[in-house]
Design a protein around this ligand. Sequence first.
Ligand code: FAD
Ligand code: DLZ
Ligand code: SF4
Length: 508
Amino acid sequence: MSRLILVLGDQLSVQSAALRAADKDRDVVVMAEVMEEGTYVAHHPKKIALILSAMRKFAARLREAGWTVAYSELDDTENTQSIPGELIRRADQYGASVVVATRPGEWRLIATLEDCPLTVTMLEDDRFVASHADFEGWAEGRKALRMEYFYREMRRKTGLMMDGDEPAGGQWNYDHDNRKPAPKEIEYSGPMQFTPDAIVEDVLALVERRFDDHFGDLHPFWFATDQEQARRSLTHFVKYGLAKFGDYQDAMLAENQFLYHALVAPYLNIGLLDPLEVCQAVEAAWKAGDVPINAAEGFIRQVIGWREYVRGIYFLEGPDYARRNGLNHRRTLPNMFWGAETRMRCVQKAVAQTKTESYAHHIQRLMVTGNFALLAGIDPGEVSDWYLAVYADAFEWVEAPNVVGMSQFADGGVIASKPYVSSGAYINRMSNYCKGCAYKVSVKTGEGACPFNLLYWHFLDRNRERFGNNPRMGNMYRTWDRMDAEKRTTVLQDADAFLTRMEAGDVV
Ligand code: FAD
Ligand code: DLZ
Ligand code: SF4
């Protein structure tokens, strides 16, 4: 009897565990475009178009290679519009009762498959450097799960940029070279863009019809949608962008959305690129002398360090992780996150490019939108749902640890040893947003004061019990305590007034 081999929209690799375990002559691959996956959060139209286009092309590739593929298009009249619904329908159609799946990257969908009345075997998703056992073994018995030490293990395991047992160049981490503020000019033209072919055009028309109420611009659409295009995109980045990736990794510019970033996360996360293949291309460029060590090491650290580490945390911490709220933040996400007017130019720019591109780079996510949400005490569940919806690379295994853990400190410090908060000074140093903002970054209270300046102290003051004894925050509290009492009162009053206006829906 044939088995059903489930391939989800973010598992588009012929190397996926379920496909490796399948028998081409006997089994049926099930792929399904379903409304439930498109709407459990209101995903950005570009993200949906990327996934559905890549699914259709991947199904065509499998068929060409001789697989039987039962593919449900979103508009098929018989489509039940959920993954378990489609599995049951296909089981009936093919007389199958057994499903083999690669374990989904989200607890929600894992639970759904566990509850499915068919016999479902879930195989570990091994498109990663570290297995779950590797991560659990590393984490066991450690007081603090710091990324840096895990990263060293991954360097040893992969041999990337290693001289025997030692890191190439003598250091594990070249981050101290990687904090340059925004340059005047960006020499890189940005990620490679692709003209939609007939398959993509069909999907764009579909997405326009079915998801027109979702936040985000569908056009222009230029993402890579198959492995060959994704590889060309990677090669383009390594050749033209990588050399300065390290230097300007943290910089932000109002006029340039991509700077020297790779824009490979959407492709990596849906299976069009493999993390080792990406890192080997980067290592080769460094070995050839085309890029400096801080660029290559900085990039490889993000992929085999951070990316693997956050996945390990997500699965180690369990299904409740994404809903943790360690600082008990309860405010509703303000409408400016959905494109409503705001006077804060940094937030306005980050949200605007999120709307047009389904993309913002790491520091925009961490130090602009994330920083603001944390300082303003927004409910981290709402913040997390927003990130999951709006970014093309967002899948819960990678999104939740970055948002709930790193950015909102809602996991109580599993990931970060202190919250990532800053006043406007950091944003001013790393970007040109403040020039032309309705607020003044140099003003600390009263008319025109930058909201980040007010809320930064408000955050520290209201969380004194939680962070007052944190040795990494001692300087911050000492600076606050040295301010004269009257000024401190004014700061807190101004911050409260700002939050009241924000909650009332005023343009702030
Ligand atoms: P580059 O800046 O060029 O970096 C290269 C690669 O490194 C990325 O493609 C990515 O695969 C990897 N990487 C870098 N940092 C991280 C990280 N912290 N975690 C995991 N991988 C990393 N990344 C996602 O893939 N999906 C998300 O949903 C996501 N949500 C985030 C939310 C917040 C609040 C923050 C602070 C970061 C988030 N990140 C997420 C990490 C990072 O911002 C993105 O991976 C990166 O911006 C993707 O763009 P890029 O491909 O141009 O990356
Ligand atoms: C994100 C997404 C979307 C928008 N649509 C589909 C879909 O129609 N069919 C599908 O198989 N997968 C889709 N996905 C990806 C899943 O939501 C993803 O597999 C889970 O979130 C687990 O990472
Ligand atoms: Fe953002 Fe403040 Fe700078 Fe305006 S002044 S762009 S609100 S940091």
